[in-house]
Design a protein around this ligand. Sequence first.
Ligand SMILES: Cc1cc2nc3c(=O)[nH]c(=O)nc-3n(C[C@H](O)[C@H](O)[C@H](O)COP(=O)(O)OP(=O)(O)OC[C@H]3O[C@@H](n4cnc5c(N)ncnc54)[C@H](O)[C@@H]3O)c2cc1C
Ligand code: FES
Length: 257
Amino acid sequence: MHNKAVADFLVVENTQLNSTNFLIKLKGEKDLPKLYPGQFVNVDIKGLNDVFLRRPFSIFEVNYTENTLSLIVKILGKGSKKLTEIKKDETCNIVFPLGNRFTIPNKGEKILLIGGGSGVAPMLFLAKVCGLDANSVNLLLGARTKEDHIDATNYSKYGKLNFASEDGSLGEKGFVTQHSVFLNLKLYDRIYACGPDAMMKAIAKEAKAANVFCEVSLENLMACGFGVCLCCIEPTTDGNKTVCKNGPVFNINDLKW
Ligand SMILES: Cc1cc2nc3c(=O)[nH]c(=O)nc-3n(C[C@H](O)[C@H](O)[C@H](O)COP(=O)(O)OP(=O)(O)OC[C@H]3O[C@@H](n4cnc5c(N)ncnc54)[C@H](O)[C@@H]3O)c2cc1C
Ligand code: FES
């Protein structure tokens, strides 16, 4: 695996996608190493006296020609809010690449990718680089309302887009686990998910019952991001693991859920 680096990146774009999500594109000075879906960067948030720890964000898109990587940042608290205020041409210091990665599916397999809230970023990245035909990939994106969804239209070339919203304002009404593409999990060779804990636990339960391969990317609270502070521990069948270094991607059979 490529060594992690700490580097200043230039902000080349900061676009507001909807009321709470921003797309931040960062350009590195040195050539980017190969980056994989599931990996994340730990961002130094400048300008706040009471936010001194870095904040983790999944890698959403990579452009090796431009030497850029993009993040989707959803405003949750002070750190993410401050990050969304960063301006074009400012610098952003990140530690990268961190964490493991999703298992790439085999040719000919059918997969279901489920992203909830800010969990859509790694799912869209995986859809783009997994190497499967679009008709073998089902993307299921969930959020509270239509306004909370980002526009994923461009990703229809990598898979079939399905939406769920709690109020029914986009796609089917309800949670992702109530969506029609989730009803028969035996149709898929692999299921991948990232989003709120409750969502991933509900998905894991059904995937286990259907005996389908399933990986989830955990979003435990983190500090150091590389396995030292132990604040992101997750109990597994093989003892306690750090989500930042041993994860964030875990097979559900290894989790004590
Ligand atoms: C591996 C990984 C990848 C991530 N990828 C993305 C991404 O692509 N896009 C994105 O928008 N966010 C992502 N997150 C979540 C992001 O790191 C948090 O939203 C951010 O750190 C919150 O910082 P804050 O200062 O805004 O909030 P804080 O002020 O630190 O917290 C505000 C509130 O949110 C809670 N909270 C903070 N972090 C989390 C969390 N991870 N899960 C649940 N509750 C939390 C706090 O307990 C507190 O109640 C990821 C997290 C991890 C661990
Ligand atoms: S965040 Fe420090 S060990 Fe995981």
